[in-house]
Design a protein around this ligand. Structure first.
Ligand SMILES: [Zn+2]
Length: 66
């Protein structure tokens, strides 16, 4: 499932797997489908989005419970 974040008037959609953020839900869904199937990102898809700002290292999603 694509993660939806509300930004004022707009919504932003994030790929649950790689965390890339999109303003267009279609790209987020395509990204997630690709990431799930290939365990990597499709450069042509992520070109439409923005990298996750909150994370420093790609792949580490277990932050904050130390
Ligand atoms: Zn993705």
């Amino acid at each position: 499932m694509v993660t939806v974040t509300r930004l004022g008037e707009r919504e932003q959609y994030a790929c649950e797997i790689c965390g890339y953020q999109y303003t267009d839900r279609n790209w987020a869904e395509q990204c997630e489908a690709w990431c799930r199937a290939n365990s990597s990102c499709n450069l042509e898809i992520i070109a439409h989005g923005a990298p996750p700002a909150a994370r420093t290292d790609a792949g580490d999603q277990s932050v904050g419970s130390v």
